[in-house]
Design a protein. Sequence first.
Length: 477
Amino acid sequence: MAAEARVSDFGGKAHVALNDPKLRANFRRAMDGLMAKRAAQFDDPAEWTALRARGAAIRARALARLPDLLERLEANLTRNGITVHWAETPAEANAAVLGILRQAGAKRVIKGKSMVTEEIHLNAHLEANGITAVESDLGEYIIQLAGQAPSHIVMPCIHMNKVEIAELFADKIEGQTYTEDVDELCAAARKALRDRFADADAGISGVNFAVAETGTLVLIENEGNGRLSTTLPPLHIAVTGIEKVVERLDDVAPLLSLLPRSATGQIITTYVNMISSPRKAGEKDGPRQVHLVLLDNGRSRVYADVQLADTLRCIRCAACMNHCPVYTRVGGHTYTFTYPGPIGKILTPQLEGLDCAGDQPHASSLCGACAEVCPVQIPIPDLLARLRTEAVRPASPAVRGGGSGRSLADTLGWAGWTAMYSSPRLYGLSSRMMGLFGNLIPAWMPMLKQWTRVRTKPRFAGKSLHQIARERGFSND
Ligand code: SF4
């Protein structure tokens, strides 16, 4: 798959998506189902309130001690026989994975689902270096066959319906005849993947939580492919962002009670894998080597800002996107980068820079649905507003590309606005001028266009309130 374009074009892509009735129907159907399932899981408001407060507290506590916990995690993983690699950039993470694979002489890789490996474009990097990586999560496998990127962080091929998948399988899987029977489609994927597990020289996975106290990697999944990817091949490489650390093993249970219920409306996923070491003497299965690549890619910068650091609490449940009135209409590919929906709108501009993704915080109505359902209480609308401000009036070096959204017209416009509102005389004069000439300003003026493109231009009143009050004898001003 080609690397992503590095500049967001949310407006242009959203127009295309909105004019695609099939895509809209696919998303609407899927999101309605997910919202109903989640609502059924959290039908007791008292339980929901208490549990999400606990989840938020666990994540906040982990972040408050992040540097210490990362050191502790490394020490305990190392003690357990897991090798830790630190990567500041995607290039470093890709190089670390490639280096491990080369050292082991690995040519064939089977992958479990991992959004961080999407973030660093690991598959493309491995392919360019002669290593074949096959996705084993069904959704990821489908989009890999289609040559696409995930459109959702939990259900990567949610934008496709079964007819499209049936056509894809008939076209791409050798010997597969066209069928829309879902069981037969799953069986075809299982059959195609089965040998890949057995043949793989290495397995690559993500991590849901990394427990500092015990040096344990927690992975959840529904298909068993994650377990096969991490135990069958002789080498397992896990890749994750530095924010995924939690302090204690006890912290995992409340987060596991929140994550699948928020994500897919399941009480718990079919599999919960806890990896604490490579295969030990006398054990019959498991990899001989386990490595963890910890990726920064701008997360330390995000962490340096007290308000924006809340972004790092995210447990990637996708509830925010399932409930977002924007995401549910335009789908995940509209967001250009790896993380779509509300979490993407706050995370991507911070990782990639406001100069690349400055339009994303504006792709929101600020309705607050995302914050209401977020199981770790990330104040997404506040962070969207903060990033909008950073784009025009940078206050923190934590955000790359701050100020890039400000044009000369904006600067002059706001200077005029400040002068007008600082002087009663100037304000009175401006009001009169607007009453007389304001309605002559054309709707297509650059500063008005964004507003008037989809709305009627408001009409200026002929007289100000002060004038009317004076004329009626209510004011002597
Ligand atoms: S921001 Fe909250 S709701 Fe969205 S994916 Fe992260 S944890 Fe889930």
